[in-house]
Every structure is written in structure tokens, then in C-alpha cells.
Design a protein around this ligand. Sequence first.
Ligand code: PML
Length: 244
Amino acid sequence: MFSLKMRASRNGNHVSGAERLVNEEKIEKISSELIKRAMSHENGVPDFINLKIEKVTEKINKLKHLEIKTVHSTSKENSRNIARNLLKNELEKYYLKNGKDIEKIDELIDFAFKIIDAGNMRGAAILDLDGNRLENILERGIRVKNIDTTEELSEKILKDSSLTKRTVDAIAIATKVVNCGVISELCTSDNFSYTTGYVATNDGYFRILNLKDKGQVGGRVFFVENSKIDELYDKLENMPVIVY
Ligand code: PML
């Protein structure tokens, strides 16, 4: 298989990026789809597009996608409470396992919301249970790479008129992240007008409507136990995964 990575920018600012893992015979078709995607991006027409095509020699891991559960909520406050409870449920198990004070979980979640609302990172932040940031480069964060979804999954998701390509891309990230041992992920979109975000755990991909206000920036936080961070980093970036 081959990895295709596209990133586009304008005046040095990131406009869009996407990646695919495809068989040799699909390289041309998917390359043109990625270029089309770059050219028609909502952030404007780019003045620079980079398309990288590389043969993947490692074993490709096939992962079953997290179940999609949409949570309808009309206010940001309520949506954030729902996200908080989902995160708490998951984090509590790890706090207890590591003998940590569960009263501190709210503080950790507040910190995560602060990070995503600051919106100044290209990749995700990684937080351990004590609220330490574990990314190699703080401003950059970690970018989950070498992922794709099968056409069947993508078609199945897009058949639902309430879902878009955003969900297809996000489910690939969330499924890989959770399978790599991340306890849970909190995400809001970096698109100003897209207010749906999600919490991903082993129990599913919980899309939560109105997780931020229109006009707000977004971000991603991965919650982890702090052991084996180098191994986790390597997997998140380099392990080839196709989500089905
Ligand atoms: C969804 O609607 O399922 C996508 C949630 C947000 C994904 C993040 C993004 O597109 O920037």
C-alpha cells in the first residue's frame, strides 16, 4: 500500500491537510481527489500544495471503528457537562487504579477545555492523570498519522445525511487513538463555524452537538497514563491503520 499525504497553505498559513492509505492502482485517482480537496477548501484557495506519496512497508493494522453515538444538546454549557461526565466515567477507573484522588478529575478536565479553547496548536495535546503535558513540542502537539478508513465505512457514514467527511476523518483518528491505549480524547473543530465536537473512549465516538460556540477555535486533547510515552508517540504517528 501507499501513503498519500496532502497539505496546503496560503501565505505560509495552513489551509487544509488530509491523508490516505491506498493500493497502487488507486494512487492517481486519490491524488486528484486530495488536490481537489485542497483547492476547494472552506479556508480559501491555497498558494502551496504538497503531496507526498510513499510506499508503506510495515504491516497495516485493521481496526473496527468506534461506534458513533450522536448526543443532541442545544447549549454549550449542557454539551460540556455531557462531555465532562463521559470523560469522568472513563478517567475515574484510571485514577482509582493509580491510587489518585478522584476529586482532582474536574481540574484535569477544566485544563483540557482551556487547552482546546486556546486553539493555538496544530496537533493534539497529551495530558497525563496529573495534568502534565507530555508532547515533545508543546506548540505543535502530536499529529496522528498513517490512517485511513475503508471506502465501505466512508460510504456508510456519508449515507447518513447528518454526517460529513469530518466524521469520516475524525473516526479514523479517534479509533486509532483509543486503540493505541489513549484513555479518551476530547475534540472540538478548528473550523470556526463547526460546533459539533466529540469525546472518544473505548465505549464509542460520542459526537456532541454545540460543544463550542460559533466563532470559537478548537483543539484536541488525549488523556493518558504517563507510562511508555515514547512508544505511544511512535504508534500514533507511524503505525499504519485502516479503520473499517
Ligand atoms: C463530527 O461531526 O463527527 C466531527 C466532529 C469534529 C471533528 C473535528 C474537525 O473536523 O475539525
